[in-house]
Design a protein around this ligand. Structure first.
Ligand code: IPM
Ligand code: SF4
Length: 467
């Protein structure tokens, strides 16, 4: 009998083409997603006069520069050029590209799963750190750099050092108003932004099993913010049900055969992890970030930390973060006035996220302006069918087109300098949403609560008496 293996090992071992004596392996890549930012890779290919190795395993999508308001014609020339370059490369190399006029367009980490391109047991790469999202399906999915993008384009393979294995088990039941976003911010706050460095993280436990695919994607999306190479959740019936009938997923008897294989991808009972973390879902509160790293997060009921009480290195960083964020040590987080809200990004712009925000906003007015950008055109259509767009608009928020939008500001959607934004995104780095912009990360329901209160707020009282 072979040694017990983890889910990660099973997918990794199945993709090794060859292994160097130092343990670095050449892996076959099942899916390569490219976006506007991947243009360096195509330039490298062109410089060497090389062809794209596997056009049918390469999928492009316009997201980072996608205009969410006013269309491409009205966008700045450099934005138009970025979008056109991807579309031109797609034509030249003959790979499928979900461009701005494609009804399947959206953020790469949203549409991969939505279209059934993301499947359990596959290796998935993209020149983008949040490729970890696809691990929610039990795929081995990780972001790669520009040189690696070129390597995958040219060979459909990638050299990788085998990461260590870590398991984060979250048992118990989440309280009302607590979501996958809070689970992620909670473990990152506890372990630190480099807490899972060098590790492939498998999420397990009842609270993970009870998450929808949307929730699992949010959790895996943020893996990278805790330093992990990738995140994984073992496929189960929830995974199979989500994938059934997706355009690029297997169909008919082939689907049933595939589903059986997927269900066997779980970690063996005796499999060993290099590191094990155990959390109780009951201990997780609605969480917000107060600083300029996702690890600087606390329950919304807490107060801004006092750097004086922190160890020296951290104290200095906290002081700088608070200075940038314009916060005073000891001030309660709840009640901190905000200027704007953003609901969007590959972290939290799926249909379930929009429903959670709309459930809070329904029949209420936002005290601040804000932008809602669905994760894909398909999600936008679904939300409109459910009347969610009306709820956002009646609350006073703007309902926009899909794209990375205000998560990173590359398309021109930015938060003004010195302005404070409650955001469903995954990075609160300095200037992330625009120069001088102050970002507080939180769940969609919590962003909705902040909009209603005009400041950071606990969503739980707003949920009372609502379904
Ligand atoms: C621009 C892109 C390459 C970048 C990434 O690597 O993740 C962006 O998506 C981000 O979220 O910071
Ligand atoms: S939505 Fe934000 S985090 Fe996701 S890929 Fe786009 S820029 Fe990166």
């Amino acid at each position: 009998m072979s040694a017990p293996r983890t889910l990660f090992d099973k997918v990794w071992d199945g993709h090794v083409v060859l292994e160097r004596p130092d343990g670095v392996a050449l892996l076959w890549v099942d899916r390569h997603f490219v976006h506007e930012g991947s243009h360096h890779g195509f330039a490298k290919l062109a410089a060497r006069g090389m062809a794209l190795a596997q056009p049918e395993l390469t999928f492009g999508v316009v997201d980072h520069y996608a205009p969410t308001r006013g269309g491409l014609a009205a966008a700045a020339p450099d934005i138009q050029r970025m979008v056109r370059t991807l579309e031109t490369n797609a034509e030249a190399h003959g790979f499928r590209c979900f461009g701005l006029d494609d009804p399947r367009q959206g953020i790469v980490h949203v549409i991969g799963p939505e279209q059934g391109l993301t499947l359990p047991g596959l290796t998935i790469n993209c020149g983008d750190s949040h490729t970890s999202t696809h691990g929610a399906f039990g795929a081995l999915a990780f972001g790669i750099g520009a040189t690696e993008v070129a390597h995958v384009l040219a060979t459909q393979t990638i050299w990788q050092k085998r990461p260590k294995r870590m398991r984060i088990t979250i048992e118990g039941v989440l309280g009302p108003g607590v979501s996958a976003k809070d689970m992620a911010l909670c473990w990152i706050a506890r372990l630190g932004a480099d807490g899972a460095q060098g590790h492939a993280v498998e999420y397990a436990g009842a609270a993970v099993r009870n998450l929808s695919m949307e929730g699992r994607m949010t959790l895996c999306n943020l893996s990278i913010e805790g330093g992990a190479r990738c995140g994984l959740v073992a496929p189960d019936q929830v995974t199979v049900d989500y994938l059934h009938g997706r355009p690029f997923a297997p169909a008919g008897p082939e689907f049933d055969r595939a589903a059986q294989v997927w269900m066997d991808l779980a970690s063996d009972a005796q499999a060993l992890f290099d590191r094990e973390i155990l959390l109780d879902a009951a201990d997780i509160a609605p969480t917000v970030t107060w600083g300029t790293s996702p690890e600087e997060a606390l329950p919304v009921t807490a107060s801004v930390p006092d750097p004086a009480g922190l160890p020296q290195g951290r104290a200095e960083r906290a002081r700088e973060a608070l200075d940038y964020m314009g916060l005073i040590p000891g001030q309660p987080l709840a009640g901190t006035p905000i200027d704007t809200v953003f609901i969007g990004s590959c972290t939290n712009a799926r249909i379930e996220d929009l429903r959670a925000a709309a459930a809070v906003l329904s029949g209420r007015r936002a005290k601040v302006p804000g932008l809602v950008s669905p994760g894909s055109r398909k999600i936008k259509a679904q939300a409109e069918q459910e009347g969610l767009d009306r709820i956002f608009i009646e609350a006073g928020l703007e309902w926009a087109e899909p794209g990375c939008s205000m998560c990173v500001g590359m398309n021109g959607d930015i938060v003004g300098a010195g302005k404070r934004c409650a955001s469903t995104t995954n990075r609160n780095f300095r200037g992330r949403q625009g120069r001088g912009a102050r970002t507080h990360l939180m769940s969609p329901a919590m962003v909705a609560a902040a909009a209603v209160a005009g400041g950071l707020a606990d969503v739980r009282p707003l949920l009372e008496g609502r379904a």
